[in-house]
Structures are given as C-alpha cells and as structure tokens.
Design a protein around this ligand. Sequence first.
Ligand SMILES: Cc1ncc(COP(=O)(O)O)c(C=O)c1O
Length: 402
Amino acid sequence: MSADQQHGFGTRAIKAATRPPRVEQVPASVPIYQTATFHARDVEDYAGLVGFERQGYTYARIENPTADAMAAAFAEMHGAEAGFAFGSGMGAVHAALVSLLRAGDRILCTRAVYGSTRALMERVLARLGVEVVFVDPVDLGAVERELATAPTRLLYAETISNPTIVVADLARLAELGHRHGAVVVVDNTFASPYLCRPLELGVDIVVESATKWLGGHSDVIAGVVAGTTERIRAVREVAIDTGGIVAAFSAFLVLRGMQTLHVRMDRHSQTALALATRLERAPGVGQVAYPGLASHPQADTAARQLHSGGGMLALELASRDAAAAFINGLTIPPVTATLGSVTTYAVHPPSATHRQLDEAQLRAAGISPGLVRISVGLEDAADLLADVDAALAAATRVGQGA
Ligand SMILES: Cc1ncc(COP(=O)(O)O)c(C=O)c1O
C-alpha cells in the first residue's frame, strides 16, 4: 500500500483534484492560472522565491503567470523593458503615481484628464500631502512656466485627453519635463499602443486602462503599466502592498483582445473618421474634435504622433439638454459610460465620466455643458451615420425649444 492509499478519502480527494496535468506541448493561448498559491519545494525555496532572489511564483497577489503574460505583452507592444498588469486602469494609474510620490511632492497634470484620475490626485493624493496643479497641455509656454515655478516630481498627461480629445505633444512634454527634473507619466488609454507608443517619444512610464481598446469587448476591467525594469520594480512593490494585480481570467481576456487590436483599431478609425466628417458638416453641431480631421487644433501633432485618428471623438452641442436629447435619441449606442469596445458609446461627460468636477472645474478643463464624447465601435458605418443623423435632428428640436 502506498502512503497515499493509507490516507482517508478526503485527503486523497484533495490531492487527486489539485494535481495539475503535465503538458509538454505549447498551448495556442495563454492558460488561465486560476490559483491563489504556488507550492515551493521547501521553506528555503519559498523564501528565495518570495524574496525575488529567483524567478518563480508563490502567491497570486504577488505574481501570476497569466498576469505576467499580459504585462509582458503590453511591455513588448510599447517597446518597454517591463510591465505590470492591474485589476483596473485606476489601479494602474494609482500604482504608477504612488511609486513615484512622497508627501510634499508636486504633480503638474494636464487640465482635461479622466474624472477618476483627477479625483485620485485631488482627493486621495492631496490628502496625503501631494500638491496638484493643472495646466493646458497645448500651451507649452504655460507648462514650462509651471515647471519653473516650483520643483515638480511628476508631469502627467493623456495622449488623447478624456473627454476633450486634445492631442498632447508627448515628445515636447517629455523634453520639458526632463529639463525640469520631472518624471513623465502618460495615460495612453484613448490611443492604445497601436496608435501611439509614448515611451518611444521619451516618456518614462506609460499607463493604460486595458478595459478599453486593449480588451476591446466591454467584458473585462483591467489596467497596465510599462517602463524600465527599475521603474516597474517600484510599481510592482506598490501593487503587491495594495493588492492591485489583475485576476487571471481578466488577464486572459485582455491577452485575447490584444491579438486583434490592430485590425479593430483600423476599423474603429475608419468609421470614426466617417462619423466625424459627417458631424462636422451637420447643422447645430459646434466644434467636432477628432484627431484624424484636418480641422483638429493639434492636427500636426496627431499626424506625427498617431498611426491613425483612433475611435474617439467629441462634439459640442448647444446645451446640456441638447446633449441629453442627442444621446437619448441614439438607438444603437446604449446609455452607459465606457469606451474602447466593439459597441459604440455616446457619453455626456459632465453628468457621467467627469461628474466629480463642479461647473468651474469643468469650464477650466475645457469641458462645455453640451459636450458629447463618442467611442466608435465596429457596427456598420452606414447604420451609425443614420442613427447619428436622426439623433441630431432630435437634439436640434430641443435647441429650438420644440
Ligand atoms: C483615460 C482613462 N484612464 C483611466 C481610466 C480608468 O480605467 P478603469 O475604468 O479600467 O479603471 C479610464 C476609464 O474610463 C480612462 O478613460
């Protein structure tokens, strides 16, 4: 009788049902390592692994092979040395910032950024003694003046701003930031690595919400950070101590999305350009901001920095009511607040993604009451154009008081 056979049923059942199969062949997709822990050979082996003296796995809040595969894929797409994958975009932004900041430090942040990023800086980090100053990223003179005003630890920007679709000149910002001793962190969510690779432009750390274009199907919440090995080591330390790592299944979904990113982004860009062109000529529509339009205020930067215009655009309608009527009048996009998906979404930022901002802050960030942000999906372009035409007619009637 073997030692195992001497054990009771329960002990044998647990052993039997937790024995991973040995697989010699390479699977077509990255397996989901749905496990909380990994077993070491002995106490000394465990200590070596958990102390990062050797590569290996111990506890899935620290590292997990599926999460590592997602981080490595993101790093490779960005030409980075290393990456770390998080349970959300905000988890990624948080860890990137906290890995760099101490009480008393100063952040210079571009004026239109995602509402929760702003809240993280103004509510959470400010409470811990970090000063935050907002600046218009297009006004490089103002950026330089602010950098010269006081020592600045961190310059933060979005490649394409949420929700105003301002395109930041990342090479210039990186150069200015470095000249004044700031670490430059960029949220590249709206662009994705297919459109833009900020590290190649001199940026130090790139962050993305993988919930958006990377995942691409509105079925996962995840985030990711990439940069040098040294910077990512500091990010990983924050992730471990705050429990930020992505779940294995979420990482699997992001890895699946990444494989079709280039094909999806080409189509998103193509349809978004058609929509932006139509909206630009439509009566009752103010400024249409789309990086692929010649009329975009930063069209030159966009042409230099972005592979294509991408899937995000913004339009100005006459009022908050007109924006609501437009969104309510659309039949294809559901009323919700995300982006970067096969599904088209139209969002009213003042009442959704940027609800944390009061009227004065919205104005200062360049977000008008009638602003609508559209994330263009993969539906048939003709259907979206017809839907937008009909919804605009409804919005115009509101504008005319009908
Ligand atoms: C630009 C940008 N960064 C970060 C985030 C946060 O991502 P998540 O919702 O995955 O936490 C978002 C979410 O909308 C975003 O738009």
